[in-house]
Design a protein around this ligand. Sequence first.
Ligand SMILES: [Zn+2]
Length: 315
Amino acid sequence: MTTVNSVLGPLDSADLGHTLMHEHIMVAAAGVYRDYPELLGPNRVERAVARLTAAKEDGIDTLVDATTLDLGRDVKLLAEVSRQSGVQIIACTGWWLDVPRFFAGVSPDQLAQAFVREIEEGIGDTGIKAGILKSASDVAGVTPEEEIVLRAVARAHHQTGVPIMLHSYSPGQVGRQQLPIMREEGVDLGRIKMDHSNDTTDVEYLTWLLEQGCYLGLDRYPGRTTSSRARTRTMKALIDAGFADRLCPSHDGIVLSILGGGDFEHAEAVRLEYNPHGYLYLNKVVLPELREMGVPEETLRSLFVDVPRRFFEGR
Ligand SMILES: [Zn+2]
């Protein structure tokens, strides 16, 4: 077994259960939840608890919350929502794409120590520890500032053994820039999950990533750039190619976000039109499609239970 930090304390990796590996309770910007909570609409805790309670009732035991500080991370909110809903939540440390200018004057080793502190001692003064590391690069490739974060994440990983999720831009094959840097830092690529990999249907590129040893986050559902069905066909192709032991389907779903134009009702309507099932879209839409395509039940279970457990255990 491996101990995984959840927002309510240490968790045995054997108890992760059915796990969604890339979700968000809230997405905003640093400090917004504390200082401008009204921008996230009314009844925030209640809305998040309602959505997670529904997920729990449909068999979802654990969410990895991919919200970094620059995305507005608030681990007290996560803890409260976890306590009330019964869904286990794993918080992350690291950084997303809003890298501040002053990072140009920070060394990877300095930043790594901040990430290590959030894993070993806790985030701020909450005592709540992060359970996964995150770094991000997008359409511009790995920028010089993002490379500082990427190397810091690698070094924090070496000190803590906590696994790594990398936000990537799969249509631009940005993993081809991220992985060599991680290799240069001496990271076992089997401890890395390359996220948003199902924003492409390029099975050749995805197979290359898998051959490097990493896991793939197939974590955009229903997704915007590619149809949901095409994403599922790509997943099936990777399962057929023998990679079911390293695929992590998830939604990149969000309950609370900044309101579009300030109109809460309209924002909710848009969200429901995009995805009426929230964290249950995979259960309600994608799993039936995979069954229809002939994927055995034990493989489906393994994608959500065994693969996340193995990822955290590093075996
Ligand atoms: Zn995300």
